[in-house]
Design a protein around this ligand. Structure first.
Ligand code: AMP
Length: 360
């Protein structure tokens, strides 16, 4: 079976690493000449709206998927005429726009921060009056890794905020004084079968994920699964879906969903019976899902900007290096390490070992 992937970055690359043993082949459509997934499959170098090349991908592939959510809706509609596309167009439409996403959570009775649609500075002034400060303003689309957002703390931060974010449609969210951030990686097959990985505790710095630690019997696992279940059913979703939550007052508030394999699920490559990548491929290919059970204790640390010397990372026991083969650049995710240990004490020591390499 050949899998077509829109996007040829590290997520596509890790999909191919998981799918190759299943006998799958891969074609990646990506305009970047140095798309790092090309080491693992065919690279169709074209723009995401280039219909000739989209048609080529559709003709070659048995099923098409995405490694990022900001794919133009027309691309999905075009491809869907010729080949099954998972997740479906509606899931992408909702997940790529923070207003649609939060409105869906509200309709499904999933708690969220307070939020308002912002189309102008006047809208913003009115929303700040209702929601109060501090608040977080985010562009409705195209934001990632903390880009396209601004925390408003004082009235003077509000004055020109709409123009500062580019005068594009935004949402304003109440600032959540969370005690932690967790994510749930969920997967739903073509036949409706659903599975969840254990909740992961995430630490961000400057809006970018730094550290994910897989939990053991988290008290909010059942609640997170209930919320994710509602979304999966509502969207008739197929594939892996990542659900990010704020932990507050012993409960959860929904932050966002990502309709794809997710950075906070990379630990599953070594730390779960079947990784998020393999399970995404099993789901979209109509195969039975693999076990999401955890194997030992796991954590993942991102390498941002550069990967430390390979001989130093590989010298740390229990450490699995993933070097994406991308050019090093400040703020760019270029690799990660997964630590898998028998117990949480050893895990903590190994996280410290890797952290020393990042911040010597
Ligand atoms: P996002 O792109 O929405 O995932 O936001 C990136 C990071 O900004 C989150 O992981 C949080 O650490 C922080 N953040 C986003 N929204 C809020 C909010 N409403 N209240 C507090 N912190 C937030």
């Amino acid at each position: 079976m050949k899998i077509g992937v829109i996007g040829g970055g590290q997520l596509g690359r890790m999909l191919a690493l998981a799918g190759t043993p299943l006998g799958q082949q891969f074609a990646f459509l990506d305009p970047a000449p140095d798309a790092c997934a090309q080491a693992l499959g065919e690279h169709i170098r074209a723009d995401y709206s280039d219909r000739d090349h989209l048609r080529q991908l559709a003709d070659e592939a048995d099923v098409v998927t995405f490694e990022f959510e900001s794919v133009p809706a027309e691309t999905v509609a075009f491809l869907s005429q010729f080949v099954p596309v998972f997740p479906n167009a509606e899931s992408l439409r909702i997940a790529r726009d923070r207003w649609f996403e939060k409105s869906m959570f509200q309709d499904l009775d999933i708690p969220t921060p307070e939020f308002a649609d912002i189309q102008s500075q006047d809208n913003l002034d009115a929303a700040v009056k209702r929601i109060g400060l501090p608040a977080v303003m985010k562009t409705r689309t195209l934001g990632y890794d903390g880009k396209g957002q601004k925390v408003l703390r004082h009235p003077e931060d509000v004055q020109d905020a709409f123009a500062e974010l580019g005068s594009v449609p935004c949402i304003l969210e109440g600032f959540v004084p969370f005690t932690g951030e967790v994510s749930l990686i969920a997967v739903r097959g073509r036949n409706g079968e659903i599975a969840f990985y254990p909740l992961v505790h995430n630490t961000h710095e400057q809006g970018i994920l730094r550290l994910s630690v897989a939990s053991t019997e988290h008290p909010l696992q059942g609640l997170a699964e209930d919320y994710a279940h509602r979304v999966l059913q509502q969207l008739d979703y197929v594939g892996v879906l990542a659900f990010e939550f704020f932990e507050i007052d012993g409960g959860l508030k929904a932050n966002e969903i990502a309709p794809r394999v997710h950075n906070s699920g990379h630990w599953t490559i070594e730390g779960a019976e079947c990784s998020q990548f393999e399970n995404h491929l099993r789901a979209i290919a109509g195969l039975p899902l693999g076990s999401t059970a955890k194997v030992g204790e796991s954590a993942m640390l991102n390498f941002i900007g550069e990967v430390p010397a390979v001989e130093k990372v590989t010298a740390i026991s229990n450490c699995h290096l993933h070097h994406y083969g991308k050019a090093f650049k400040s703020g760019r995710k270029v690799g990660h390490a997964t630590l898998r240990c028998a117990d949480s004490m050893t895990l903590k020591a190994r996280i410290d070992d890797v952290q020393r390499l990042i911040q010597p």
